[in-house]
Design a protein around this ligand. Structure first.
Ligand code: ZN
Length: 118
């Protein structure tokens, strides 16, 4: 079976990493879904689980875009967050505590976003 090697030490196989990746993706999707339904605690829990899986398999979970660092509430699109694009940066504003996160969009000097990323 695919996960016979899960208990072993050492390198993670590609299959394990890919499975972890799809689980993180699924958890983020679920978190967004329940957040829109108003179950914020459940969304928090899902994001915590996604982060834990990411830590185990060295997968970066883009925390800055999904969770407030100040009050730990989920910053998922359509939830407790205001998203604006200003001067080549994505600005995510937490509506719970008022904290702001600015994430630069890579592109030309002057802040024009790339066509691929827009
Ligand atoms: Zn916050």
């Amino acid at each position: 079976m695919a996960f016979r090697k899960l208990g072993r030490k050492g390198r993670r196989t590609k299959l394990m990493v890919n499975t972890a990746r799809s689980r993180i993706h699924r958890l983020r999707y679920l978190a967004q879904k329940v957040d829109l339904e108003g179950q914020e605690d459940l969304a928090k829990r899902y994001l915590t689980l996604a982060r834990k899986i990411g830590m185990r398999y060295n997968i970066k979970v883009k925390d800055k875009t999904i969770r407030c660092r100040k009050c730990a509430s989920p910053l998922l699109d359509g939830g407790q967050v205001q998203v604006r694009v200003k001067r080549g940066r994505i600005i995510r504003h937490c509506l719970n505590c008022g904290d702001t996160y600015r994430i630069p969009i890579r592109g030309k000097k002057g802040g024009q976003p790339n066509k691929e990323e827009a």
